[in-house]
Design a protein around this ligand. Structure first.
Ligand code: GLN
Length: 453
């Protein structure tokens, strides 16, 4: 009965697109057999995880929460998921998400909204688990699985972690292979872990990361023992507070959590310093040009020939098939991104939009380089608000994009960034704090996260 209740509760959240309990059970038997035989067990032996549906998994539907990839069963395994299986993990299932990882609320999935397990005090309205890794955040927050994979192009690990009270880290761009991960914006996409604690994230990131010759932007650098080196003593560290992140319209409770974060880090021995990231206000507009531009190119491959859905109307030619397949197979938000992307890349507009956005990206990167002359890491809110009710923002894409305002700069700069739970707001909803580190300094980010946790 308890088991059935749990299954019912889990399906009410709609966190999984494809549950695979049989895989998890078979895996548990194998680990038991290894243990009984006294064989050495890897770091995550027997841990059943959830896998965001953006990762290709051999023999299991990998849809990116889209209709166009519905029924697509890869014959290959993404490098990151393979690394996790090698580290001993089993798979509980493929997790729901925003379609092609485009969104901040998990409302763009072809397979329906994901509901957060959280409720506002005194209200029963269903809340967003954040996005795009909303199946991952809901599943971990509801304790359906101890950890899950996420991907973060412009905040999709950190924002859902923040609004569901869990922990998630996006490593330095290139740390985790993109091979076998359905591409959204290739110069920004990064995989990372979402879990209940900094320690769990450090262990899981260690399993996911590593050089991969199959990804041309993979970082050819050793993976440090992050979990083994965790240290919450921040003596001698300087933490920068970017003054441009004090934005109008940010909830007072978010500002309060930021103040508390400073105190906790000071208590851990860190010195708090003011820094400036002068081009912050241009980061979001630049992101919403660069990400759709890359997406429009990446999504050209879904043509009805190679993968998933094919719509071939009676007597139709090739062009008709493309048009019919793409009209039916992509959701509204994905189409919006393709339209924006092809527009900013088109002759006559390329220089005004795309080239300009790339210049802004360089300025944003330089801001961080300059700031890191004065500090070792940066502390900021993860998101400008707590979880909002499902449906509330759907009609207003611009309001939705504003959710990413604190997350996007670190993405444009390729920097490691983590969200850790900070406190509950006046409505009893979780808020997260974000730590952004120097390139390749995941250790510094995790250590500061530990001090806050
Ligand atoms: N919310 C952002 C977007 O919609 C970021 C998504 C992501 O990081 N995958 O593009």
């Amino acid at each position: 009965e308890a088991f059935n209740a749990a299954v019912e509760g889990a399906s009410a959240l709609n966190a999984f697109i494809t549950p695979t309990p049989e895989l998890a059970l078979r895996h548990a038997d194998l680990v038991d057999a290894d243990r009984a035989a006294g064989r050495d067990l890897p770091a995550m032996a027997g841990v059943p995880i959830g896998m965001k549906d953006l990762f290709c998994t051999r023999g299991v539907q990998s849809s990116a929460a889209s209709h166009i990839l519905e029924g697509f069963v890869p014959e290959y395994e993404s490098t990151v998921s393979q690394n996790l299986w090698n580290a001993g993990c089993g798979m509980l299932g493929k997790l729901n998400m925003d379609q092609f990882a485009m969104g901040s609320s998990n409302e763009t999935s072809y397979f329906g909204d994901v509901k957060s397990p959280w409720r506002k005090d005194g209200s029963n309205a269903a809340l967003t688990p954040g996005g795009s890794s909303g199946g991952s955040s809901a599943a971990v927050a509801a304790r359906l699985c101890p950890a899950a994979t996420g991907t973060d192009t412009g905040g999709s690990i950190r924002q859902p972690a923040a609004v569901t009270g869990i922990t998630g880290i996006k490593p330095t761009y290139g740390r985790c292979s993109r091979w076998g991960v359905v591409a959204f914006a290739s110069s920004l996409d990064q995989a990372g872990p979402m879990a209940r604690s900094v320690d769990d994230c450090a262990i899981m990131l260690g399993a996911m990361a590593g050089f991969d010759p199959k990804d041309s932007t993979s970082l050819d650098a050793p993976v440090p023992d992050w979990a083994g080196s965790l240290n919450a003593d921040l003596k001698g560290k300087r933490v920068g507070i970017p003054r441009e992140y004090r934005m109008e319209g940010t909830d007072q409770s978010i500002l309060d959590s930021w103040e508390r974060g400073k105190e906790w880090l000071r208590d851990a021995g860190a010195e708090i310093v003011d820094v400036s990231l002068p081009h912050t206000k241009y980061a979001l507009p630049a992101y919403y040009i660069i990400a759709p531009a890359e997406a429009s190119s990446n999504l050209a491959r879904y043509d009805g020939v190679r993968y998933g859905l094919r719509d071939l109307p009676e007597g139709a030619g090739l062009q008709d098939m493309y048009a019919a397949t793409r009209a039916e197979g992509f959701g509204d938000e994905v189409k919006r991104r393709i339209l924006i992307g092809t527009y900013v890349l088109s002759a006559g507009f390329y220089d005004a939009y795309y080239t300009q956005a790339q210049k802004v990206r360089t300025l944003v990167q330089r801001d961080f380089t300059d700031a890191f002359g004065q500090c070792d890491m940066i502390l900021a809110p993860t998101s400008p608000n707590a979880a909002f009710p499902l449906g509330e923002m759907q009609a207003d894409p611009l309001a939705m994009y504003l959710n990413d305002v604190f997350a996007v700069p670190a993405s444009l700069a390729g920097l490691p960034a983590m969200s850790v739970p900070a406190m509950l707001n006046g409505d009893g909803l979780p808020l997260g704090l974000q730590i952004v580190g120097k390139p390749m300094d995941e250790q510094g980010v995790l250590d500061a996260g530990l001090a806050i946790e």
